[in-house]
Design a protein around this ligand. Structure first.
Ligand SMILES: Nc1ncnc2c1ncn2[C@@H]1O[C@H](COP(=O)(O)OP(=O)(O)OP(=O)(O)O)[C@@H](O)[C@H]1O
Length: 250
């Protein structure tokens, strides 16, 4: 449902994406692996038009994103939710207002409907609305903030969620909870997820399909079994890096 064709992107003189080809399947979780600074976030930012490619095309359900106007982008951003690495909550708003924010921007709901949806989304991510709604982000742990970020991403009932390092910096219990949420959303409502992660063990619990970004291109992509058994040295080195020491990437 999302397709990258020959996408290139430079920042100044540095070419980060050198011709990315990638297919994201509907109803599946796709994990994008790659070294730090390799351009994984750059890839997913293109899906919602936060970045424009220098060359190549990106489509969501056949609709071009790379040259979309504001109206089209607005529609795509309703369909595709983005969970930023930091959670990106608004510090000046309480939790209730944070979750309500995208609904106020994009939907016309009565106060009662809005309240119902805020409670529903917070409950979905395992938080008790009665306890957290009036709190401010700084009063929550990192794991709880991540959950609120996910509740806010779920608010517009997207068809796709892009997760930038969803488990980084989280304790193992919260990491596992987030992984289970990703799997639950796929199993229960057919959510399409795209996941960027350094957490190899956690990612193998969540993904259906995998892609390896290396030196600006996708060097391998496939389902879990095919990816794990890939003969590509970069893939094997990445998967086994933890056990075998530092990776000799440049
Ligand atoms: N808006 C920008 N302007 C200039 N350089 C940028 C911009 N966005 C990203 N970069 C650079 O592009 C490179 C790729 O960044 P990106 O965040 O996509 O990598 P990443 O693979 O997601 O890394 P990480 O895993 O560390 O988040 C980095 O060197 C980064 O500094």
């Amino acid at each position: 449902m999302i397709r990258f064709e020959n996408v290139t992107k430079s920042f100044g003189k540095r070419e980060i994406l050198k011709g990315v080809n990638l297919e994201i399947e509907r109803g599946k979780t796709t994990v994008i692996f790659g070294v730090s600074g390799g351009g994984k976030s750059t890839i997913i930012k293109h899906i919602v038009g936060l970045l424009k490619p220098d060359h190549g095309t990106i489509t969501v359900d056949g609709v071009r994103v790379d040259n979309a106007d504001e109206t089209t982008l607005r529609a795509i951003r309703t369909k595709v939710g983005f969970l930023f690495q930091s959670g990106a909550l608004f510090d000046s708003m309480n939790i209730s207002e944070n979750v309500a924010f995208p609904m106020r921007e994009h939907q016309k709901l009565t106060p009662k409907e809005l309240e119902y949806k805020i409670d529903e989304k917070l409950t979905m991510v395992g938080l008790d609305p009665a306890i957290v709604k009036s709190l401010y982000p700084e009063e929550l742990s990192g794991g709880m903030r991540k959950r609120v970020g996910l509740a806010r991403t779920l608010a517009l009932e997207p068809e796709v969620i892009l997760y930038d390092e969803p488990t980084s910096g989280l304790d193992p219990v919260t990491s596992d909870f987030i992984t289970q949420m990703i799997n639950g959303l796929r199993n229960d409502i057919g959510m399409t997820s795209v996941l960027i992660s350094h957490d190899i063990a956690e990612s193998f619990k969540a993904g259906d399909n995998y892609a390896m970004l290396f030196d600006g291109v996708i060097v391998e992509a496939g389902d879990k079994e095919a990816f794990k058994n890939s003969s590509n040295a970069v893939v094997q080195q990445f998967i086994h890096a933890r056990a075998e020491g530092p990776i000799a990437f440049h």
